[in-house]
Design a protein around this ligand. Structure first.
Ligand SMILES: [Zn+2]
Length: 54
């Protein structure tokens, strides 16, 4: 997740407010993996790139 992706406007509503959804992988280690970035306003799920390139 790059900073510019976090700052990108929602294509649906134009909001820059986002919510990061994470899923807990191990509660003992408290390790969380990023699951999705969703628009806080309309719920649009942003596509984002990991370390992979296509
Ligand atoms: Zn939106």
């Amino acid at each position: 997740m790059k900073l510019e992706e976090l700052l990108a406007k929602c294509p649906k509503c134009g909001s820059q407010d986002k919510t990061a959804q994470r899923r807990m992988l191990d509660e003992h280690l408290a390790h969380a993996e990023l699951k999705a970035i969703v628009c806080a306003k309309c719920g649009h799920v942003f596509e984002f790139h990991d370390h992979k390139e296509n």
